[in-house]
Design a protein around this ligand. Structure first.
Ligand code: AMP
Length: 121
């Protein structure tokens, strides 16, 4: 993959240059609603560090960043009240997965019965 692009849209959201519909934020992560939801509830969780994708995050983030990020994913799902009904976590890595934004992020989808996961959300 290419080097991290600081002008990707999630980097701009993290810097406050463009708005987002925020759900939760702490020192490690920002959670906000996806602008084009593909489920009744569709949120994104992005780490505050500059990581292009899952493998970048998994190999370069500190254990505190990884722990903080996954805590934020959990916290976001709780705040969205998805615990009882259930939800799906998904992270696209690279071209074959169709990753559009080159800043690592996890999708949280729920709020209703989701279809089988095959090739798309
Ligand atoms: P991915 O294909 O995994 O990279 O997913 C990128 C996601 O970012 C898509 O679901 C988009 O709808 C979403 N997205 C793009 N721009 C924005 C934005 N400005 N605010 C919120 N979500 C966005």
């Amino acid at each position: 993959m290419n080097a991290y692009d600081p002008d990707n849209i999630f980097a701009k959201i993290l810097r406050g240059e463009i708005p987002c519909n925020k759900i939760y934020e702490d020192e490690h992560a920002l959670c906000f609603h996806d602008v084009a939801p593909q489920a009744p509830v569709h949120a994104l969780v992005v780490p505050k560090g500059a990581y292009r994708s899952f493998s970048d995050f998994a190999t370069k983030a500190s254990s505190a960043e990884r722990e903080g990020f996954f805590h934020a994913v959990y916290k976001c799902a709780q705040l969205l009240q998805l615990e009882t009904g259930g939800y799906r976590l998904l992270a696209n890595h690279g071209a074959d997965a169709g990753q559009e934004v080159s800043h690592f992020h996890v999708h949280i989808c729920g709020g209703g019965k989701l279809g089988k996961l095959v090739t798309s959300l």
